[in-house]
Design a protein around this ligand. Structure first.
Ligand code: UGB
Length: 597
């Protein structure tokens, strides 16, 4: 007691709590009458950590002791369960059923809320900024957040706006909050109304120094507890505590769509995924893509317990291999030789939840999600850690606590339509064996061009084959650089509506379509064509040939720091040699016909 400064009642309670939970080491270096302000600073932090964890710090420490003991004894978190491959809704881009789901999804978008988890630092990518500020591609340099917001605004227009528009929640963390706020403010919320956007910050959790869950002090500050992120699973508690859910339900909203920070294709898949949720009336619908064995995405599995109970759930990439080995599959996480893919559909963490059952479940759990711990042990005795650890949780583990009556399903879509994340730095991406996804800024950009080209091909356009090139040591297929704004086309049906006659695009071409009503009829492009149209214009190009020197990719070495970081991490910059540009900036119909540009 002599070591303690004068304490408020609540700070006194924090000291009691820590002593009761075996955390007296936190006070060992305290001297009577010294550093009293620092001591209070630490107790304030303890109070915050206590408030931000469901059940408080005592619950955190108890949960940690149990999970650390399980980890030490090598207990499999899915003990007693046998994994098998579940059946989901197969979606084939552009076919009749797909178009039906897309149509239903666009109608439902007005009843949706979008939740972006963007609290991660992106350590694997090593980009100095926040990931949602990164350009999704260099042709228009649209950053991820802008891309997502443009899509949501386009949904809003397509499904008939109401009230304050479709809400967007962004979960941030101490690592990303201020930069996210600044990005939004500097760009006038990318056209959204500021009251449509809700920034909710997740808090970090205390680090643990050993198997007894002794809380770790910050190595650089002995009056601060070391903290680390608790994982994207926090999003459920953060939403529960925000008070927004009842408001949305009152407004008649029906769906919450969760998504991640850097996937330039995701919104191509959202209309169909939402349509599946609506038509199949699913409480939870995860979007999946074919998964390569050992790819760093979870595998959706049916888990059948010895007692007969079943659940369909994501098994995270680091758990799938040991689970398979422990349940009669000695080779673990390997590709099916017949398909070249893992038989387990790959989770891309795009989850669609029905708001009613979601709120019911959260009122029971308060948003708490099953946690795990992943300590890096010093040696095989598992008695000491190489560095402190902490409990973590994942948003896709939400279904783990649902009753068996819950309608949990998933949809499967081709990777080229739905998934192109940017997670790996150039060096790591170059080391990934050929044929496996690189998840790099280079591959993420190329995937956007490819998706647009394949969509145009499905709509009948003649698009030349891609050329293979190497950037930052990664072999990629370079398709014509076709970029369209979400207002030009949200769905496959929209793409088809905008084309008539023939459209021919050569491999070296760039086409930018920026505007809601730009119709292309008998157009041939060999070079760069940029079309802008204000919303009030109905623009049409008919029988138009474009030929110019165009824009090309100039390779560069990522180690050359004279280039800006956003180009270095891709391994190329764009050399803009020549373009044809038409801006339709007058209201009404405008026809450009029978010309060669
Ligand atoms: N994130 C947060 O908001 N807060 C956090 O504390 C941590 C992360 P990663 P991960 O689809 O590609 C997930 O690091 O966790 C945000 C799935 O678990 O990019 O390795 C962060 O900002 C996996 O099953 O991914 O793997 C980012 O937006 C698979 O689906 C998001 O959470 C994989 O993503 C994901 O964080 C994938």
């Amino acid at each position: 007691a002599a070591k303690l400064p004068h304490l408020s009642e609540s700070h006194g309670m924090m000291v009691e709590l820590l002593l009761q939970e075996g955390q007296d080491h936190l006070f060992q270096h305290w001297q009577p009458g010294q550093n009293d302000n620092d001591k209070l600073r630490l107790l304030k932090q303890v109070e915050r950590l206590n408030d931000n964890y469901p059940g408080g710090l005592a619950a955190y420490i108890h949960n940690a002791r149990k999970l650390l003991a399980d980890s030490k004894s090598g207990k499999n978190p899915f003990e007693g369960y046998i994994p098998s491959v579940p059946v989901g809704q197969q979606l084939n881009y552009g076919d009749e059923e797909f178009v039906k789901f897309e149509e239903a999804g666009v109608k439902e978008a007005n009843n949706a809320v979008f939740v972006l988890v963007a609290g991660g630092l992106g350590e694997r990518l090593g980009y100095s900024g926040i990931k949602i500020a990164l350009p999704s591609q260099l042709t228009t340099e649209t950053c991820y957040l802008d891309l997502y917001i443009q899509h949501i605004l386009a949904f809003q227009e397509a499904s008939g706006s109401r009230g304050n528009g479709i809400p967007l929640v962004i979960m941030t963390s101490d690592d990303t909050h201020l930069k996210t706020q600044t990005l939004l403010e500097d760009n006038k919320y990318f056209g959204m109304s500021p009251n449509q956007v809700h920034l909710l910050k997740q808090e970090k959790v205390a680090c643990l120094a050993d198997n007894d869950a002794r809380i770790a002090l910050d190595p650089s500050d002995s009056y601060a507890i070391q903290t680390k992120p608790h994982g994207h699973g926090d999003v459920h508690a953060v939403l529960y505590n925000s008070g927004l859910l009842p408001k949305w339900q009152e407004e008649g909203r029906k769906w919450i769509l969760f998504f991640q920070d850097t996937n330039g294709l995701l919104f191509k898949a959202i209309p169909a995924a939402l349509g599946v949720s609506s038509i199949r009336d699913l409480d939870v619908n995860s979007l999946t893509v074919p998964r390569k064995a050992k790819e760093a995405i979870g595998g959706i599995s049916r888990l059948t317990h010895e007692n007969g109970s079943e659940m369909v759930l994501n098994v995270e990439y680091n758990q799938l291999d040991p689970l398979l080995r422990a349940s009669g599959h000695p080779d673990g996480d390997v590709n099916d030789p017949a398909t070249g893919y893992s038989p387990f559909p790959g989770n891309i963490n795009q989850l669609v939840m029905k708001i009613g059952p979601y709120m019911k479940e959260l009122s029971r759990t308060k948003g708490a999600i099953v946690e795990f711990v992943n300590p890096k042990y010093k040696d095989a005795t598992k008695t000491a850690f190489k560095s402190s650890t902490r409990l973590e949780c994942m948003m896709q583990d939400y279904p783990r606590t649902l009753p068996p009556s819950a309608k949990v399903g998933f949809s499967v879509l081709d990777t080229w339509v739905a998934y192109a994340p940017v997670k790996n730095n150039p060096e790591d991406a170059a080391k990934i064996p050929e044929g496996n996804p690189k998840h790099s800024p280079t591959s993420g950009e190329m995937a956007i061009y490819k998706a647009h080209c394949l969509m145009l091909r499905k709509a009948g356009a003649q698009i030349e084959d891609p050329q293979q090139e190497v950037f930052n040591g990664q072999k990629v297929d370079v398709w014509p650089r076709v970029i369209w704004s979400p207002r030009w086309a949200l769905t496959f049906a929209d793409v088809c509506k905008k084309l008539s006659g023939s459209l021919h695009i050569s491999q070296r071409s760039t086409l930018i379509l920026d505007g809601a009503q730009i119709l292309l009829e008998d157009v041939s492009l060999d070079g760069t064509l940029v079309l802008h149209a204000i919303p009030e214009t109905e623009a049409k190009l008919s029988n138009v040939r474009v030929r110019n020197r165009g824009w090309s990719f100039k390779p560069l070495d990522y180690k050359d720091t004279t280039y800006p970081e956003v180009t270095r991490i891709r391994g190329f910059e764009i050399e803009k040699l020549e373009k044809s540009c038409i801006s339709f900036d007058q209201p009404g119909s405008c026809l450009v016909q029978n010309v060669s540009l």
